[in-house]
Design a protein around this ligand. Structure first.
Ligand SMILES: [Cu+2]
Length: 144
């Protein structure tokens, strides 16, 4: 009887431990950023505008955060420090069609995310970093 109880206890603990082991990192299911449905292809201008994504004692931010670009320019978001993304939020860009999909989270220093400007000219668009928008990590893209 005593032996059976001990075995039952061992068995229960083994199951609990093996269950814990399954809680490891799950593979990401997010897909790389791709143009939203309906986005119109634009002729590349060959111009690349680098936007640093930074987190330090001054806070989390884009540098620059106010960007002017032409259709066909490439915004090259480059990770400096931290984990950041770029999201042109539909709620903050009312009435705009063809907003780019949110980028993946950039996690490796030096990692880049290229976004070809395909939004309509003559407007200013809002974008943000989803985890850091409460800390003020947001910016505007003016398309000329
Ligand atoms: Cu961020």
């Amino acid at each position: 009887m005593q032996r059976n109880l001990r075995f039952a206890l061992w068995f229960a603990v083994s199951i609990a431990l093996s269950a814990c082991g399954k809680d490891g990192a799950k593979p990401s299911t997010t897909e790389p950023g791709k143009p939203a449905a309906g986005a119109v292809a634009v002729a590349p201008t060959g111009k690349i505008i680098t936007v640093q994504m930074i987190a330090d004692e001054k806070g989390s931010r884009y540098e620059p955060s106010e960007i002017e670009a032409h259709r066909g320019d490439v915004l090259r978001f480059t990770l400096g420090v931290g984990v950041h993304n770029v999201h042109f939020l539909a709620d903050s860009n009312p009435g705009v069609t063809g907003l780019p999909e949110p980028s993946d989270m950039l996690q490796l220093p030096g990692q880049t995310y290229d976004l070809t400007v395909a939004l309509a000219a003559g407007k200013t668009y809002y974008f943000q970093c989803d985890p850091h928008v409460p800390l003020g990590m947001k910016g505007h893209l003016k398309v000329d």
